[in-house]
Ligand binder design. Structure first.
Ligand code: GUN
Length: 288
């Protein structure tokens, strides 16, 4: 069995810093406040937003989930977003994705004001990443930021490493590739249309899968020498309604040096990053 890179010790190590920072901000009259917009009742989104609220409250921040009907008019939805953008008591705004059909055409990257953009989706925040900044200086997308935090905790050095990212989404794959390059990693981005994926993943020091498909990465994608590290971003439901990742954990864990579990791996790291971004945005409101 290889090393299991669980989020729990990482979150346990960071949570006291977050509580202390939150208390400091409160002592200066600022209570970090996140608003989460949840449109419709996608079961996974309901659970994710509840987890986000619970974590914010655990560190002493305020969080409200604004529940809107899946058939809300576009105008009313945009009004709600604008009101929160203009509310100085709110430091972070997150629009939970996916949006329902009726709002799917909207460009979510520009809806939230860049100063409240705790998801790190806004073009101005993405440009900070593009320019070479690391996650501690900017509002960086939460999952890429969480992956770097996890690697730092487990002393996984990124510099000069060959990292293969599988998935090219706006939320994970693309910003992750930029952030890893900012740590001097050599990054290859693969996706569902990549040819010879197995050869490419076999040549990696670190494989990061964010493709959203159960069992997408298996024993055939790794070498036999137990030197590779696998980071699994996927959160999928299997036939038994169990939460599983993109990677076949059972078989891979005998073939690689270290692997993140699902659940209990990158999911909680994403929430930790969200709380860090919220405090960063709240601090900036105090010291612009
Ligand atoms: N849905 C799944 N992951 C995310 C995320 O990181 N941010 C938002 N806004 N929605 C999501």
């Amino acid at each position: 069995m290889s090393n299991v890179l669980s989020a729990k010790p990482v979150v346990d190590k960071n949570i006291n810093d977050l509580i202390n920072e939150c208390n400091l901000l409160k002592s200066k009259g600022v209570t970090p406040y996140l608003k989460v917009i949840l449109v419709g009742d996608n079961p996974a989104s309901v659970i994710y937003t509840k987890n986000k609220k619970a974590f914010c409250e655990k560190i002493g921040a305020k969080c409200d989930i604004i529940k809107l009907s899946a058939d809300i008019d576009e105008k009313d939805f945009l009004n709600e977003v604008e009101n929160i953008n203009n509310d100085n008591s709110v430091h972070g705004l997150l629009i939970q994705l996916p949006l329902p059909k009726k709002l799917k055409h909207l460009d979510v990257t520009t809806l939230v004001n860049e100063t409240k953009d705790v998801d790190g989706f806004h073009p101005l925040n993405v440009f900070e990443l593009y320019k070479g900044n690391k996650e501690d200086k900017i509002l960086a997308p939460c999952t890429p930021k969480g992956i770097v935090t996890l690697c730092k905790f487990y002393n996984i050095d990124l510099e000069g490493k060959k990292i293969v990212v599988v998935g090219r989404s706006l939320i994970v794959g693309k910003p992750l590739a930029l952030l890893l390059m900012n740590y001097n990693a050599t990054v290859t981005v693969c996706h569902s249309k990549t040819k010879n994926l197995k050869e490419i993943t076999k040549s990696a020091d670190i494989i990061i899968s964010a493709i959203g498909q159960e069992g997408f990465i298996n024993c055939d994608h790794v070498r036999d020498d137990k030197t590779q590290i696998v980071i699994d971003v996927g959160i999928n439901k299997n036939n038994d309604n169990k939460t599983v990742g993109d990677c076949d954990f059972q078989t891979l864990s005998n073939k690689v040096k270290a692997i993140t579990p699902v659940p209990g791996g990158i999911g909680p790291m994403t929430i930790l990053s969200l709380a860090q971004n919220l405090l960063q945005a709240a601090k900036k409101s105090l010291y612009p």
